[in-house]
Design a protein around this ligand. Sequence first.
Ligand code: G3P
Ligand code: CA
Length: 372
Amino acid sequence: MKHAWNAALITGVLTLIPLSAQSADIGVKQAHLPDKLVVGHRGASALRPEHTLAAYEKAIDDGADLIEPDLVSTKDGVLVARHENEISGTTDVSVKPEFAIRKTTKTIDNIPITGWFTEDFTLAELKTLRAKERIPANRPGNTAYDGLYEIPTLQEVIDLAQRKSKEKGRTIGIYAETKHPSYFQSIGLPMERRLVDSLHANGYRGKKAAVFIQSFEVANLKEIRQMTDLPIVQLLSARGKPEDFRLAGDNRTYADIASVSGLHEVATYADGIGPEKNMVIPRDASNRLGTPTDLVKNAHAARLLVHPYTFRPENPFLPVELRLGDPASPSQRGNLAAELEAFLKSGIDGFFTDDPAIGRAALDAFPKGRGK
Ligand code: G3P
Ligand code: CA
């Protein structure tokens, strides 16, 4: 990291923050974030129940440069941090008798889902719920925190990032994702304007702000580009197509978006891509890390940053050669650092990880400038 110094305005306080080098001439140059980025995926979700203030704070304490709230809407139009609008997998809503009648079945992104949905609850009602671990078989230690934490609002996540930025003397960014944007538009609760207005109101403005706005859909990112210069990242799945393409009868898939011509189209409205990690280094037939694709090279040629997801420490999420101990144990941790090193060598500009402490250590151990 180059230690030029720069004056940064954080929550109205003029603070001296190290100005770091950014990835060559690629993508946006955020004045207050380092060259390569550790993103705390749903917080430090390997160590605390995801999308709680405790998970985000742990991510920051463990060295994340940005924290990642996935966003959905409440009935009264408040953006809250959940991976999906159906909340029985990550809260105690199913054992709350006062909400039993809210259980219902809806079609979300063309898939029928039964459960309880954020858009049927006011913020005050959601605040009576408590978070629980989504994957206790993989993360049994996290169940010790079940029942402790509320669902946070976007504003509470921003407040935490800004408070911790002052406390740590380094900028903690926000990497916000709109979840199911076409669906929320269809029920009269569009999230785009509220997200942009909230970020602007909290001092995040312009291409150098310590923020990324991400989505698996395309149209809502193009809409957001008309509202703001804030950095935008197009998420890419290894399979399928964006939900807005399906709704519009557009035949293109994520593979088309990841093509050379597709990436140049992305560059007209976004600053980076967030691909599923297998699109950068696929697994071979034995489920070992294979040969890197040209995706990083092609994205960089289109002047797009590349932030793949998701790097998780437990064996089931790792290539077989990096699994440790009992291979049949769902909770046994493997060698995530080695997986990250392989991806850093491929030239990525940052990564989403459930365990930012491992991510921080892997990135700090990686020779500066390698992989570019
Ligand atoms: O946003 C990057 C990554 O989080 C996308 O996957 O499903 O965990 O939101 P998901
Ligand atoms: Ca996400």
